[in-house]
Write a new protein. Structure first.
Length: 324
């Protein structure tokens, strides 16, 4: 069909207003499953301490004769444990002209940028807290303090990692990654649960990389389960694993450390009791206006925090795990 003669079309128009949506679409993840599951407390020093203790060993020969004379036992001392807070920060700078503008989908460019960097800071903290990072005391000569991470802390309840794997020799030394991977099986999964149980731990949460979560969903213990499922649904997931040693919730995390061995994604599996870990804040999240040096404004958001591993024996770790 021909165009109407001399009809003025949009192709020639110069004054039509643009159509820009007021919605900004962003699917980058900013969940923090570890921070969200554990406790929180405020501390008053960059070095913060807590105490752990253990019951005296079981005495299976504890039988006394009638009228026995008491032989006094030594008292059980507590163990003082500590960690260091770490400073993490993000910032945003916006030119004065842009802040005076009317951007689509934003009331203020600075407010929008600060919302972005706030989420980015939380992701940084989550990754640091679950990492294999060793403790660094820091100094006035340019060395930043670093808090000791979850993967570095757990040393008691572990399964054997790949060849050459070794726990850190001290809180400031690096742990040694294995040079080979270990396949995750339902047997070694339950072996670690048993080890935790025998040492007094009762994990409530298993935190894994997404590829390991898929592997757990194929455990054969799933075969006896019966669910009412609609015709259009297919269910193949394990969110709660009921073991001989209690129920554990399977939680996927994008932020656990991963690496590659022989083209396989490798990471650690963590069995956690959230009651025995907390984020210690020396300075909770705070926003600061940075001094102007021209026609732009800068704001910084900062947190000073550390991992309080209230008792590392309450948790378990399977290092160097590949999904297959």
């Amino acid at each position: 069909m021909a165009k109407v003669t001399n009809a003025f079309a949009t192709y020639s128009a110069t004054a039509n207003r643009e159509d820009l949506s007021n919605t900004i679409y962003n699917i980058d993840p900013f969940d923090t499953p570890f921070i969200s599951s554990i406790g929180r407390r405020n501390v008053s020093n960059r070095i913060f301490d807590w105490q752990t203790e253990s019951l005296p060993a079981v005495d299976a020969a504890n039988a006394k004769e009638e009228g026995f004379e008491l032989s006094r036992s030594a008292a059980t001392a507590t163990v003082r444990v500590s960690n260091t807070t770490q400073i993490s920060a993000r910032d945003a700078t916006v030119a004065g002209s842009q802040e005076a503008s009317d951007p689509a989908g934003k009331r203020s460019e600075m407010a929008h940028q600060m919302a972005l960097v706030s989420k980015a800071l939380k992701r940084d903290m989550e990754s640091i807290l679950v990492s294999n990072q060793a403790r660094v005391a820091g100094n006035d000569s340019g060395t930043a303090r670093k808090t000791r991470g979850l993967e570095h802390w757990i040393a008691t309840n572990i399964t054997t990692g790949g060849t050459s794997y070794a726990n850190a020799a001290s809180e400031t030394a690096a742990l040694t990654d294995g040079s080979t991977s270990v396949a995750l099986t339902e047997t070694n999964f339950n072996d670690l649960l048993q080890t935790c149980y025998e040492n007094g731990a009762e994990p409530k949460v298993v935190m894994v990389r997404p590829v390991i979560k898929r592997k757990i969903s194929t455990f054969t213990g799933r075969t006896g389960t019966q669910l009412n499922v609609a015709k259009a649904e297919a269910v193949n997931t394990v969110d709660i694993y009921r073991s001989d040693f209690g129920d554990v919730k399977i939680v996927p995390s994008r932020w656990l450390r991963k690496r590659t061995i022989s083209s396989k994604e490798v990471s650690a599996v963590f069995m956690l009791d959230p009651e025995y870990a907390a984020v210690a804040y020396f300075r909770p999240f705070q926003t600061t206006d940075i001094a102007k040096i021209g026609d732009a404004d800068t704001k910084m958001i900062l947190a000073e925090y550390g991992l309080e591993m209230r008792n590392e024996k309450a948790h378990g770790k399977m290092p160097d795990i590949a999904s297959s």
